[in-house]
Structures are given as C-alpha cells and as structure tokens.
Design a protein around this ligand. Structure first.
Ligand code: FEO
Ligand code: CA
Ligand code: CA
Length: 663
C-alpha cells in the first residue's frame, strides 16, 4: 500500500485506481479546458470595509447561468490585499477581534496595555475553530446563540510593540509578555444575536467565558486519567491539569457540548534529554525540537527534562459544556493523544457516536473513535461521559479502494508490553507509535475530517506534505512532494435504509480533488503534480492547502484554506457541490486579508450566516515572507485600519444583503 513507486510510470495507474476513471478523465479534461480558456476573471477593484457592508464585484450573470454548479454566487477574484472580499449582494462584518471584551467587566482593547489580567477577560489571539450553538439550548435558532472560538496561538511580536521578532519572543520575552500570551490562548464563549441583518456580541452575558492556558483547571477522564505517566510534581493524582493551548479545530456533540482540540502542544516544551521511559514518546511528537514559545523560561513545568510527564497532559480532545459557564472542561483520553486538528461527530445507525479526527503532521494519520454506548436523546445525564468509553481506530487505505479501520486496543496484535504498551493508557498516550505498529497509512497532514450531513460521505482535508520524498506516493497521497494538498472522500457502507454506517470497520475511498493551480502551464508542471478539479473550474475557483471544512444545509462543502501565500493569493473560503454535475467545481466565496489563514467556517442552522475566523492577518506578504513584519508594521492592518492599531485576528460574519440562504 505505502510502497514506493516510480512517479511518472505509475501516475495513470494511481488515477485509474482511486480517483475513479470518470473523475480522472474529468480532471485531465480540466487541464485541457483550462489552457483553452481566454476569459480573464480577475483584476476588478474589490475593496471593502469590514466594519461596513463589503463592496463587491459587478455580477457576471452569464458565468452564473452557464455553470453546472448549484452555487449561484458570483466568485470573488483571486488576489491579495489588506481587505476582506465577498461576492456581490453579500456583506461581511467583524463580530469580534483579539482584545475585545468577552467577560462582564472586561476592558476595551488597548494596544498599549496588553496584560494577563486584561487578556483573561478579553477575546484571545489567533481565532481558529468556531461553533454556533443556538439559544435556547436544544432550539434551532439562527438569530440567537453562543459562538465558541478557539485561540490557537500567539505571536508576541504582533502583540507587543517592544517585541521585535519571533526569535526575541522565544529567547528573551519577559514574564509579563508570556503571562499575557498564556491568557490569550485557549477558548472563548460569546452570546451573540442578530438584529437588522447584523450580528453583535451581547455584552455582559452570563454565558461569556474565557478558557486559558494559565487559569482554567480541567480534569483528565477515561483510560489514561490518573496513570503514572500523567503524574507530575504539582499533580500527584495525574488527573488535574492546568489549562490548554494551541487549540486548533474542534467539533460539537449531538448533546450540545463542544470539543476543543490540542494540536501543536510540542512547540511549548523545552528539552531533549528525556528519561528512557518517555524517549520514544517525546521524540515522536518532536518535543523540544520545534519550539516556538518561551514559556519554559518562566514556568518550570514546560521544561520536559525536569517534568517529563507534563507534555503527556496535552495533545488531547477536551469536552466542555458552553451552556454552563462553570462547567469543568474534561480531557477525554479515550480519544487518544496526538496533534489533534479537529474532532467532528456523527451518529452511527445504532446510535453510537462516531468522532472523526486528523493528526496534523507530515506522515501522520486519520483516526476514528466510536463510543461503546449509544447516545440517549431522552436522558442527557446518560451522555455526560459517553466519550470516556469506546474504540479508537486508525485508517489504513488499501489501493483497491477499501479503507480499513484498525482498532488501537491494548493486547491486540502488536500493542503489547513487548512493544512498550503495558496498558490501554500507554496505547492512548502514544497513539502515534501504536498506529504505526498497526500499519496505518502515512498521510499528507490530515486537517479537518467531517461527514456531509446530507450524503453521509466523509471528507478529509489533507493540507500538504513537503516532506514527502520523490517517488514516495500512493493512491490516497498521490503527490511527492505535495505542495498544495488534496481532499479525500470516504464512503461508509450504505444500509438498506439509505443511511451510512459510520461505525462499520470497512469503508470505501476516492480522491475528490487535488488542490493547486490547474491553469499552470504543462511545461512547468509534471502531470503527476497537476491539480485536478471539475473541468469548469475558473481562474478564481482553485485553491491551495485545504484546512477546515463545513457543510451548508444542502450538503454543499465549504473549504477554508491555510497556505495561499504558496501561490501568491490570499487565503479564503471556496464552496462546491459534492455530488451531481457540479462535483469538485470549487468556487471562491471569501478572500481574507494578506497574511491570514482562514479557519472555523460555521453556518447558522438555516444557512443564512457563515462565520469565519481570520487568523493572524498581516503577519506575512502574499509570498509568505515575514521578515521585518511586526506589531508596528503588519502587511494588513485588519480590522481597524488605524495607524496605531496592530493587526488583529477576528471573527467575520457573512450574510446576504437580503438575508437569504448563502450559496
Ligand atoms: Fe492548526 Fe492543523 O491547523
Ligand atoms: Ca487547522
Ligand atoms: Ca491552520
């Protein structure tokens, strides 16, 4: 399956085998059609004030009518500038930005006064995952609800005027800087409401909450809770953990709790001389090797040589109840420990809860967790700890189109004491090593994995993998290196009822699209590297580096990207049909300011609002160059556009001017 292959000789085989012959022909047709196109779709002025309705392009009615896509909006042009862009007839408003008040009594943003005390009450930095949960609980309101947001990271040189660059932040930042950024990471809960076609944050809401790296105590639950490998000098119980950080994507459960995923936890820990008992574990997670934060200089628990179990308390999926601001977040160890991108849920036909998860690193894996017991809609108390018991599995993609879910169960197969796994806790703490022993397929950085609520098919965003060496490709990872990523489609078996069985041990899989620019000239693009979409994709419709995804009420897929700088375009959101004549005909809907990635796309239940997270705007130019960029001179001064304001990550709400469904 993962064997090396000669790239040029085997390319057509790979296409035939797993893109599906029809799709492969369409893909190659897309290339031909692309070169024949003379119509230019770029170049119009398209600036907008994000605090006011966004200005838009003149509509191109002919193009819309010609399209075989079900999506009717006019595409936003490719390009890169310091503004947000949406289609004609749409408006984008900033809902909240870094430093704006969250908790009652919070001060307003003051770029000259960024402290732990203020930040604990304010919206954090670098918003990523977003979830909209209706109010009241259990309703399907699309005008009133909770907006839950992750704060993935922080860049001190974009937060403080006196931190000149990232190297200084790592090596020299003082305790005050570090305390402020620990309070800036984590998670926020806001109450929001819609009035006159515009969302606003309800000030002083009783639901408002900050969860941070420095102040929020949480509890480990499930098979690894209390295990000696989670015990530290500060916590002899191995269950009581201070805070969370690098919260990337996440999910929402059927019972209305939120899942928060800890991704690149290794970047916070220093050290390399680990005890033998943790060496394989820490080296597999690159503890100490990829440091981006200087927390260890002020807080001993981040020195992994002195406190070798502290890293084992991060890298989990956290569940908390956003409707109860006093609820204790729980690290659900049954879901395994790795660099969790997201954790999205769907019900199996028998009511068991299925959680799809990606481990976002080069050559890491796609996972699935299935609860032992079914969800009981009539008895909320019975669901409270449903995620503590079940089976974690990892994906092996076979070249014949089958996907096998391999259970990570202590004692089964190679997961025994002979290989360093004395218990299920060991298997979960070192899920990566366990999955490797089982023969999981090495993937190209799995980001979001999410089921289409209409078709039941599952989509995997594989963002890129530049570490893949020439020739080291296979069907589900068909490019080496993979600079632009791709999207896989997983098919759980269909039951007679038409339902898809997400709990089955075997699925099918197909390649949905290969990202990148399909208009690149053939003499500069090897066929094995070429992008593949629907043949009608336009010069605005292609993207690079898919990251997060969501589905509108009609089951159309909306994809947010993180990597446009690789191709000189700003990141954004693209939408596509997944089935029918518009399958894989992606169309650009949103463009972010330069330097930002786009995360957390999330619809209201009625599909009339799309919330998106604009993360780290202004941190680099359209080619990804960040030399000299800092607090005082970002490449985009979004969202305030005032000379003395820094660039700020922000949540943007996009609606149609007439309030109708998007798409
Ligand atoms: Fe935080 Fe994998 O993106
Ligand atoms: Ca991500
Ligand atoms: Ca990202």
């Amino acid at each position: 399956m993962n064997g090396m292959a000669d790239e040029s000789a085997d390319f057509q085989d790979v296409l035939d085998a797993r893109l599906g012959r029809r799709a492969a022909l369409r893909g190659l047709g897309a290339l031909a059609a692309g070169f024949a196109l003379s119509r230019e779709t770029e170049g119009s002025e398209h600036l907008s004030d994000p605090r006011a309705p966004a200005s838009t392009d003149a509509p191109s009615a002919a193009r819309v009518e010609e399209s075989c896509s079900s999506l009717r909006f006019t595409e936003v042009p490719q390009g890169a500038d310091d503004r947000v862009h949406v289609p004609p007839g749409h408006a984008a408003h900033v809902l909240i930005a870094w430093g704006d008040p969250v908790v009652a009594g919070a001060p307003t943003f003051d770029a000259r006064s960024v402290t732990r005390a203020r930040q604990e009450l304010q919206f954090g930095t670098e918003n990523d995952f977003l979830a909209f949960l209706p109010l009241p609980r259990g309703s399907s309101s699309s005008t009133h609800g909770l907006l839950c947001a992750n704060h993935e990271g922080s860049r001190l040189h974009m937060m403080f005027a006196d931190v000149p660059n990232a190297a200084f932040a790592l090596a020299e930042a003082d305790r005050g800087h570090v305390e402020a950024e620990m309070a800036a990471q984590g998670h926020s809960v806001l109450e929001i409401e819609l009035a006159e076609n515009r969302w606003r944050v309800v000030p002083g809401s009783r639901y408002a909450r900050r969860i941070t790296a420095s102040s929020t105590w949480m509890r480990a639950t499930g098979p690894a809770a209390g295990h000696p490998r989670l015990v530290t000098r500060e916590d002899p119980t191995g269950t009581r953990i201070l805070g969370t950080f690098n919260c990337c994507a996440g999910g929402v459960t059927p019972w209305g709790t939120v899942l928060v995923c800890e991704e690149n936890f290794n970047k916070y820990f220093a050290g390399s001389a680990f005890p033998e008992s943790e060496r394989r574990n820490h080296e597999r997670c690159a503890i100490g090797a990829e440091m981006e934060y200087g927390w260890h200089r002020h807080f001993p628990r981040f020195r992994a040589e002195e406190e070798p179990h502290e890293p084992n308390r991060y890298g989990w999926v956290i569940e908390y109840d956003p409707y109860d601001p006093t609820s204790e977040p729980k690290k659900r160890t049954a879901l395994g420990r790795f660099k969790h991108e997201g954790a999205t849920t769907v019900l199996a036909p028998d009511g068991r809860v299925v959680v799809y998860m990606g481990d976002d690193d080069e050559h890491e894996f796609v996972y699935r967790f299935v609860t032992e017991r079914p969800w009981n809609a009539a008895d909320p108390a019975a669901n409270r700890d449903l995620l503590d018991a079940g089976t974690l599995s990892v994906a092996r993609f076979e070249p014949d189109g089958r996907l096998l879910w391999l259970p990570l169960v202590h004692g089964a197969g190679p997961l025994t004491g002979a290989n360093g796994f004395a218990s299920q806790a060991d298997v979960l703490i070192e899920a990566r090593s366990a999955a490797s022993l089982l023969g999981a397929t090495r993937m190209d950085r799995p980001e979001d994995v999410e089921a289409n609520p209409v078709s039941g098919r599952v989509y995997v965003m594989l963002t890129n993998n530049t570490k893949r060496k020439a020739g080291d490709f296979d069907g589900p990872n068909p490019r080496a290196p993979n600079r632009h990523g791709h999207v896989l489609e997983l098919m759980p078996p269909a039951l007679r009822s038409g339902e898809r069985d997400h709990g089955a041990s075997e699925f099918g899989w197909e390649l949905f699209l290969r990202a990148g620019d399909p208009f690149e000239r053939p003499d500069v693009t090897e066929i094995a590297q070429r992008a593949i979409y629907h043949p009608d994709v336009t010069r605005d419709g292609w993207f690079t580096c898919p990251d997060n995804t969501t589905f509108d009420p009609l089951g159309r897929m909306w994809i947010a990207t993180d990597g446009g700088a690789r191709k000189g375009i700003a990141d954004g959101v693209w939408a596509t049909d997944t089935l029918g004549p518009g399958r894989a005909l992606t169309r650009r809907f949103f463009r972010a300011p330069v330097g930002a990635e786009v995360c957390g796309p999330c619809f209201t239940p009625d599909g009339t609002t799309l919330f998106v997270a604009v993360q780290h705007p202004g941190e680099s130019d359209a080619r990804g160059r960040s030399d000299g960029v800092a607090f005082a001179n970002p490449t985009a001064r979004f969202p305030d556009y005032e000379d003395d304001h820094p660039a700020r990550s922000a949540v943007v709400a996009i609606r149609r001017a007439d309030g109708g469904p998007l798409g």
